[in-house]
Design a protein around this ligand. Structure first.
Ligand code: SAM
Length: 248
């Protein structure tokens, strides 16, 4: 009966699709997707053929109306994004919100998410994590945001575009200092997967060491602030204030 299925898809390795996702993609009337070409490719890979409805960040509201009308007529619709879990740093949240507000059923199908995949293999303490997602593209806004995260004690999770990864590493060191541990999870589930952990002081050099590293997709995980680091920083700032005082 009328249901919007929110279906996670693979983040690289197509065989990470779940059996349930394949089953649901077989039974739905249509698939709402971020990019029809991308989803057509995935569907073809599994011998599926369904009408595709483009639902991207610029038309989510209008598409929500279309989907609600179809659901009210009793249809089943799947919502997918290009990779991973819809609505997480991806379009979908507005559609889900509108469908729920219309009193219709929304069923999530769990699967790949780059953030959780990276966390699981990072070795950083994962009892608490803070999902930041994409940083602002403009340097000043990015740096302001990083400053506001300095005292977060949970492991922080960033998504970053390949052409900004080097800038990101430099900005992280400037904001959090050289000692914090960082994990770069690159090309997860793909042929050239790399998961590299180092202090921020070594991050830019690691990226620069291989020209391929400025390509490919990255999740960046940053160790949270520890009480010891906080105390050290406070002490350094106190000494700096004394020195500056003596200079004036
Ligand atoms: N909704 C997706 C999810 O839940 O994983 C995230 C989509 S977001 C538009 C794309 C970003 O996710 C990339 O810029 C990168 O930071 C991260 N990402 C996606 N696939 C990845 C992969 N295979 N390896 C590393 N990072 C990936």
């Amino acid at each position: 009966s009328a249901t919007l299925y929110v279906v996670a898809t693979p983040i690289g390795n197509v065989t990470d699709i779940s059996l349930r996702a394949l089953h649901v993609l077989t039974l739905v009337n249509a698939v709402a997707c971020e990019d029809t070409r991308n989803t057509a490719h995935l569907m073809t890979r599994f011998g599926l053929n369904k009408p595709l409805i483009a639902a991207h960040q610029h038309n989510e509201r209008e598409v929500a109306e279309v989907l609600i009308a179809r659901l009210l007529a009793g249809e089943r619709i799947a919502l997918v994004s290009d990779a991973g879990t819809p609505a997480v740093s991806d379009p979908g949240a507005r559609i889900v919100d509108a469908v729920r507000a219309a009193g219709l059923r929304v069923l999530p199908l769990p699967g790949a998410s780059a953030a959780v995949t990276a966390l699981s293999a990072s070795g950083l303490v994962n009892d608490q994590f803070y999902f930041v997602g994409f940083l602002p593209a403009k340097a000043k806004q990015r740096d302001n945001m990083l400053q506001s995260l300095r005292t977060v004690s949970a492991t922080m999770v960033f998504y970053e575009a390949p052409h900004r990864i080097l800038d990101c590493a430099v900005a992280l060191e400037a904001a959090f200092g050289p000692a914090r541990q960082v994990v770069f999870a690159r090309e997860l589930t793909k042929m050239f997967e790399e998961i590299h952990r180092c202090p921020l002081s070594e991050a830019a050099a690691w990226i620069g060491a291989d020209p391929h590293r400025e390509k490919g997709e990255f999740v960046v995980l940053l160790e949270g602030a520890t009480a010891a680091q906080d105390a050290e920083e406070a002490e350094a700032e106190r000494i700096l204030a004394i020195l500056l005082g003596e200079c004036s």
